[in-house]
Design a protein. Sequence first.
Length: 171
Amino acid sequence: MAVNIMKQSGTDDALALLRARVLELAQKADTRYEITHGVFYNSREAYHAAAALTSAGYRGRFVLWGGYPNAERRRAFVLPEHMSLKTESDPDIAGLYPGDLGSSPLPEQYMEAASFAITPLRVDGSGYRTLSHRDFLGAILALGIKRTVIGDIIVDSDGAGAVVIADSKIA
């Protein structure tokens, strides 16, 4: 029974840290008067990031974007107060929760920041064997690159290559 409690406690600590980092990101947007962005989040982390920003009053001032519509791994982009959107009346923002764009395109206010923060990289295999998502992810992580700077990995249907969505700093 103690194992479950410890596991739950670790999860709670991780969520508290995630929320603190996301709110710090939002405060930076307000103090620097510029769009800020975080690391790539998995679906669960993105949901909790959106919940933290929404409950802190940032609804209409952030989106979760992973480089293309319906991306699984996404970054939070937060607008400073003077650039805020009205998401309730904006028909283009129709995701599962606030800030989730779903299949909608990225709103224009975020385009420039996203183009500087997210880069698609083309990676090709040797052609001697069919590669999977696991192969590409393993090779990237073996280089010492952190998972938080890597978004989705979209493997070609023939397994010969992939497009890796990544933080522009590593491109």
